[in-house]
Write a new protein. Structure first.
Length: 224
């Protein structure tokens, strides 16, 4: 039986429930339901490996926004590209206007960005967060939820080492941190989940069925 948004009324802040209802969300997708079953709403770390457009961003929002609204602490959303940071920041600002303070900080500037102390939900690249931590920003200690989008980039030759060191430092320095890793393609999910100290959430559901086929002479023959 599919979990409904109304089933979460007693488990998430009323303002968060209202926002999601206004967005037209009435029931949860399989990966979202599995993440909740894995302890997402109880501040447990999860590693989510599901197809594109399967609802991973909402999983991140459940963790980050719930923690902020319940005064647990700040949330940081790590993305691989500045353009994606801009996109996510605009989306979150629109949805949660007047409820939480959202900011995006660029990786192009190596600074402490002290103004971020006044914000609840911070979107940035791994390189920028690495810079902020090296500057020993005092507000970093208030971060309680960290979302890592495209976490499979840990295997990237150029960007992987920075991300790995960053996660290691956060696990060591930040008390009671909740890590939410998101990816559509992870080669070693069990090993990565173990390293993160996270529950593994795997699901193959996608909004549009994916078919494979061969095109030849103007015709496509799909494999069964």
């Amino acid at each position: 039986m599919t979990m409904k948004l109304t089933d979460l009324q007693e488990r998430i802040p009323a303002d968060l429930h209202l926002v999601l209802a206004k967005e037209g969300i009435t029931e949860l997708r399989p990966a979202q339901e599995k993440a909740i079953a894995a302890g997402l709403l109880e501040h447990k770390s999860v590693l989510v490996c599901t197809p594109t457009a399967s609802g991973k961003t909402l999983i991140a929002e459940f963790a980050a926004v719930k923690g902020i609204m319940e005064n647990r602490g700040k949330a940081v959303y790590i993305v691989p590209l500045v353009a994606l940071a801009n996109e996510k920041c605009s989306e979150f600002k629109r949805k949660y206007a007047g409820l939480i303070k959202v900011a995006q900080t660029s990786s192009d500037v190596d600074s402490a960005d002290a103004y971020l102390a006044d914000y609840d939900f911070i979107v940035c690249t791994a390189e920028k967060l690495d810079s902020l931590m090296r500057h020993e920003c005092p507000w970093i200690k208030y971060v309680k939820t960290v979302i890592i989008d495209e976490i499979h980039l840990l295997n990237d030759v150029s960007r992987g080492p920075t991300l790995e060191i960053l996660i290691t430092l956060m696990k060591r320095l930040l008390k009671d941190i909740q890590i939410v890793g998101l990816s559509a393609t992870i080669g070693n999910p069990d090993e990565l989940a173990s390293w993160l100290g996270a529950k593994l959430v795997i699901d193959g559901w996608r909004p549009v069925e994916l078919k494979k086929g061969i095109q030849y002479d103007g015709k496509v023959e799909f494999t069964k």
